[in-house]
Design a binder for this molecule. Structure first.
Ligand SMILES: O=P(O)(O)O[C@H]1O[C@H](CO)[C@@H](O)[C@H]1O
Length: 305
């Protein structure tokens, strides 16, 4: 499928039928990451449209993703939020993963707030930190799986999209002003580079070490396709990553050979518990921190000129 075959007209028509006039031209779009669907909880006058009722939309199969587009007011600003997103590891093609962003752009959205859950690779960025992305390292982009590969579907969109300016400096500035105005300490928030991996496996230690060495601070399995589509559509983008776990990157490996040798010498060898990451843990941190994220996102939306 190419972008030209995506059902834009049908999606817009179906939304126009169920969303009232005062909400159908949202100014800001929000994508809620894993466990972060409550970001839209403070919207008023809400209208929920299940993804299943929008032509061209997929169904997220991941826990913590709610499968509705919600239109509503944030103060007096009309916004649209995706309660749940689509990931490549679900077996979905990139064109379809990016489709909702392109629909948002056609509805009139000019600013996109993308959120996600991520693992930290940086010892200075603890679990629970909200990281404002200033760059990304798209591992699939570098290995022949750039989401924008394919025919140029719209001559108005540049064939060679620059990405050095992917993350809006003005929205990032608004974010830190919002943090300050809400009484939070700026030093509790971080700025960093997001490594995008395809998933669905969490990183092996060697993979974690590799992307850390390449300069990433956090890692996740989403966001970059949406950001690329948003940039193609001319949107301003801010991406907020909630660190839900540390990527396990031991300095040394436990030597099973040494342990067996010790056992053979009659020594007692402990078998320590080896921690592993789980999506449950990701969702739990999301639940704990979503309220702070919601308050800041709400304030940022109000401050967008
Ligand atoms: O990026 P979001 O959708 O927030 O979710 C993150 O959490 C899931 C893994 O726990 C992956 O989907 C990863 O990308």
């Amino acid at each position: 499928m190419t972008d030209a075959q995506l059902p834009f007209a049908a999606a817009l028509e179906s939304l126009a039928k169920c969303v009232p006039q005062n909400l159908i031209r949202p100014k800001v779009g929000i994508i809620c990451g894993s466990g972060l669907s409550t970001l839209a909880a403070s919207l008023t006058d809400t209208v929920y449209v299940p993804y299943g009722e929008i032509p061209g939309f997929l169904i997220s199969t991941v826990d913590g993703h709610k499968n509705s587009l919600v239109f509503g007011l944030c103060g007096d600003v009309p916004v649209v939020a995706m309660l749940g997103r689509f990931h490549a590891y679900e077996g979905y093609p990139f064109q379809k993963i990016m489709f909702p962003v392109r629909v948002m752009a056609r509805l009139g959205v000019k600013n996109l707030i993308v959120t996600n859950a991520s693992g930290s690779l940086n010892p200075n960025i603890p679990v629970g930190t909200i990281v404002v992305l200033h760059d990304h390292l798209g591992i699939p982009n570098l290995s022949g799986f750039n989401p924008l590969l394919g025919p140029q579907h719209d001559k108005k969109i540049p064939r060679f999209l620059p990405t050095s300016n992917a993350y809006s400096t003005s929205l990032r500035r608004l974010f830190f002003h919002a943090v300050h105005e809400l009484g939070f300490n700026l030093d509790d928030f971080a700025e960093g580079t997001y490594a995008w991996v395809s998933g669905p496996t969490y990183e092996s230690p060697a993979e974690g070490r590799f992307i850390r060495a390449a300069g990433a601070d956090v890692v996740g399995m989403s966001t970059v396709p949406e950001v690329l589509a948003a940039k193609e559509e001319g949107l301003e983008v801010i991406a907020l990553s909630l660190v839900t776990n540390f990527v396990i990157i031991p300095d040394t490996y436990r030597s099973i050979k040494a342990e067996v040798k010790a056992q053979l010498e009659g020594k007692i060898v402990e078998d320590p518990l080896q921690p592993v990451v789980s999506h449950q843990e990701v969702l739990e941190i999301g639940l704990k921190k979503a309220e702070i994220m919601r308050a800041i996102v709400e304030r940022v939306v109000q401050k967008i000129p």
